[in-house]
Design a protein around this ligand. Structure first.
Ligand code: TGC
Ligand code: FAD
Length: 387
């Protein structure tokens, strides 16, 4: 596997173990069938508890069953999952960074005790409802609202493009609290079997096909006071969760690109044209050299993020730079790898076209490439150019 500047030489034993465990799990349990799932538009739901048993959901959190592994170990895990398919990494990202993290960071003791162990074990599935039909890049304009009633809140609104909503047991729903001054955004734990909740699946996707995506419609949904996340109020709540998930994507995208590179390198060595392997042509070697360089520079960025995160110096803007850079790199490398495989490259027999299609989603979700450009622009100039 490509590790051109020997970053893996510095991994500790636990980090190597987590990388290898994830790599083997993916090779045995997911990779053989992933092309079929992509074609069928399905996710292998039977592996959800298996991933829990392996400790793949938020192992970087400490307590309530999570071991508190290093941020590098967590990144390597995301890298190995996405080397198989972005849908697999999405499963772990949403469950860990977008559902367990807000409960861990902002939940009450009861909420943590009720949800973290079973989400960590994959015995329950969570989803994260921020995006709305009319408010994607600008979630702060959300229309979903919570009105107080006698013993809690009544929620109304709709969320869309929600990973795993059709199979979720609980949704972290972000809504404006109309009973408080300035309608602050609050997080609500909404069990999906509550009256008034519907979660239709979105089936027409041509990207991230091996992942379940849906809507969340909330029609006079009553939730008790104890379902509100007490520890946060305002957009910082959902945006801080996004920073956790974007961190995982910055690592994961490197995995997808690495898989494209390894597939293209092997193919170029095996495939013969004009009397010998196509890997002997300078045009093909130039492509491999560019890919290896792009992957290596992205790896360096990911490893540096881990160091900053460990010592508490990671800023959301650092994560924006890495998500933006590494996903663009992976999208470009997937296209080049696809090209190197000729006609075979457009099939599900090989991974690059699947990764390429997936990268269109990864480029768009968790803040589009444009939005991360503007976040960096604001940080570099002090001037916000969102509006
Ligand atoms: P703004 O006024 O800038 O900030 C409000 C408060 O939040 C703080 N903050 C952050 N904190 C942590 N991490 C971040 N990334 C943060 N960004 C902002 C900020 O310091 C402030 O705190 P305080 O204490 O002063 O109140 O907020 P804004 O509403 O103007 O934000 C602007 C913008 C464009 C950056 C934001 O809206 C944005 O990031 N938009 C992109 C939307 C997005 O990424 N949606 C993702 C939906 S979830 C998803 O895609 C899941 S895919 C899952 C999968 O399958 O993997
Ligand atoms: P829009 O915001 O309408 O953007 C359209 C275009 O306009 C983009 O190119 C964008 O970059 C550009 N644009 C927007 N604003 C500006 C600006 N100020 N300046 C310049 N250009 C701009 N959301 C969740 O909450 N939870 C999930 O689990 C989740 N999972 C997802 C799974 C999939 C498969 C997909 C595709 C999306 C998912 N999302 C989820 C939603 C995702 O986060 C949004 O699609 C994303 O934030 C962009 O919003 P939008 O699609 O409404 O695009």
């Amino acid at each position: 596997m490509l590790d051109y500047v020997q970053l893996e030489a510095d991994l500790d034993e636990e980090e190597r173990l987590i990388r290898d465990t994830a790599r083997e799990f993916v090779a045995d349990r997911v990779r053989p069938e992933i092309g079929d799932h992509f074609e069928a538009g399905t996710f292998p739901t039977e592996i959800i508890p298996e991933m829990g048993e392996m400790g793949f959901y938020a192992p970087n959190l400490d307590g309530y069953g999570s071991p508190g592994v290093s941020e590098t170990a967590y990144g390597l895990l995301m890298q190995e999952l996405e080397a198989c398919d972005s849908g697999l990494r999405s499963m772990a990202s949403v469950q860990g960074a977008l559902v367990m993290y807000p409960i861990y960071a902002y939940g009450s003791a009861d909420q943590k005790e009720e949800w973290l162990p079973k989400l960590g074990a994959g015995e329950a599935v969570g989803c994260f409802g921020l995006t709305e039909p009319e408010h994607g890049s600008n979630p702060s304009a959300m229309e979903t609202r919570a009105e107080r009633d006698a013993d809690g809140y009544v929620l109304n609104g709709s969320k869309t493009w929600i990973t795993n909503s059709p199979i979720a047991d609980v949704a972290v729903v972000w809504a404006r609290d109309r009973s408080a001054e300035d309608d602050p955004v609050r997080g609500f734990l909404v069990e999906t079997d509550r009256d008034g909740v519907t979660t239709n699946e979105i089936k027409e996707k041509l990207s991230l096909r091996a992942s379940i995506t849906g809507e969340i419609a909330l029609n006079d949904v009553r939730v008790p006071e104890e379902n509100v996340l007490p520890g946060v109020s305002g957009m910082k709540g959902p945006l801080s969760c996004l920073t956790q998930a974007r961190y995982g994507i910055a690592w994961g995208a490197v995995g997808a690109a690495r898989d494209c590179f390894e597939t293209a390198r092997q193919y170029a060595t095996d495939r013969e044209q004009f009397g010998g392997p196509i890997a002997r042509f300078q045009l093909q070697q130039e492509k491999l050299a560019e890919m290896a360089t792009g992957i290596t520079t992205s790896q360096l960025l990911a490893y540096r993020l881990a160091e900053l995160k460990e010592r508490g110096d990671l800023r959301p803007q650092h994560v924006s730079m890495a998500k933006r850079h590494n996903v663009r790199m992976a999208r470009e490398q997937a296209r080049v790898a696809r090209e190197m495989l000729g006609g075979n490259g457009i099939t599900t027999d090989y991974s690059p076209m699947r990764h390429l299609a997936n990268m269109e989603t990864v480029y768009t979700y968790e803040g589009t490439h444009d939005i991360h450009t503007l976040i960096l622009g604001q940080d570099l100039t002090g001037i916000a150019a969102f509006e």
